[in-house]
Design a protein around this ligand. Structure first.
Ligand code: MRU
Length: 312
């Protein structure tokens, strides 16, 4: 980062690797809101650089902080990063230094999550995942996808099933892109195929990421995650959540109060800008759901593997 933040625009992947050059915190906030950058840790990191740009540009600290906080409501990593930066002296060098630390620490945490999680996965495992929790969603390596990467690095075989992740298709567009690059064997599936998959194939584990984990383990993650947890329970498949400690929100006693973002109905009614639903179709489009801690077999962080009852 010099006078700008260079950000890969995930909205155009995998068709195009288009880089955005962002010069103000307002531009960074817009890139988070419009999901050019997405994934809980990546949102926190981008916001940190957004604040560094604000400091460089001589912007008002309070208003820059407020604009970045308003970009997306669910991923607690955004607020965690901005809270951390609130304790740093308001000079461009100091804010940038802390933003760089936040990014570097995220990568290190993901590596440890990968090791901690891989220890739970048998050889030749079949793993089901949702959304994109990989390098694109983090500083690198990934969380749930980081565990998958670590298992692959171990070299004793695995097969991934990756949910398409309607409506924005982070699984089909981004996770498939990362798995292909890594040479990890996988099949993409429609979200609605998950129950049939768990019935027909012996899935060894479902591994998902998280946007916010309450003190009792209730976990907000991409819409559809709760459904996977219920189906996993019905089939006796372990259901693992992988996240860095920056995704924990110990101040929230349970998941009921986690703010769930509702996004534009056109995410559902249009595909690539083409309307597929009758004009005027009413839509409910929550971006996340909350999986009760009681359905989670373990939460894997950089600090270890936590089993229920959870108490963060
Ligand atoms: O709406 P998104 O794409 O930002 O949602 C992302 C997810 O739900 C991820 O699972 C979560 O942020 C963890 S990313 C390591």
């Amino acid at each position: 980062m010099g006078d700008h933040l260079r950000l890969l625009d995930q909205r155009f992947l995998p068709q195009k690797e288009d880089w955005l050059l962002l010069r103000t915190h307002e531009e960074v906030a817009a890139s988070i809101r419009d999901m050019a950058v997405r994934g809980a840790p990546a949102i926190g990191i981008a916001a940190s650089y957004g604040l560094a740009l604000a400091a460089q540009n001589g912007a008002d600290r309070e208003s820059a902080d407020a604009i970045l906080r308003a970009s997306r409501p669910t991923a607690v990593n955004l607020f965690w990063a901005l809270d951390r930066l609130a304790g740093i002296t308001w000079t461009p060098a100091d804010i940038l230094e802390e933003a760089l630390k936040i990014e570097a620490e995220d990568l290190a945490m993901n590596r440890r999550i990968g090791e901690n999680g891989a220890a739970l996965i048998p050889a030749n495992a079949k793993i089901l995942t949702i959304c994109n929790t990989g390098a694109l969603a983090t500083a690198g390596h990934g969380t749930a996808l980081g565990i998958i990467r670590s298992v692959h690095e171990r070299g004793d075989g695995l097969h991934v099933y990756s949910c398409e992740t309607r409506p924005r298709q982070q699984g089909l567009r981004l996770t498939a892109y990362e798995l292909l690059k890594e040479g990890i064997p996988f099949n993409s599936i429609a979200d609605s195929a998950a129950a049939a998959l768990m019935r027909q194939e012996k899935i060894d584990a479902v591994i998902v990421g998280a946007d916010r984990i309450a003190a009792n383990g209730d976990t907000a993650n991409k819409i559809g995650t709760y459904m996977l947890a219920l189906v996993a329970k019905a089939h006796g498949v372990p259901f693992y959540v992988a996240a860095p400690s920056s995704t924990l929100d110990p101040a929230m006693a349970c998941g009921d109060a986690i703010p769930i973002e509702e996004r534009d109905p056109r995410e559902l009614t249009e595909i690539e800008g083409v309307a597929v639903a009758p004009a005027g179709t009413p839509v409910w489009n929550p971006a996340f759901d909350v999986t009760p801690g009681s359905l989670i077999s373990a939460i894997i962080t950089e600090d270890g593997v936590f089993r229920p009852p959870f108490a963060f």
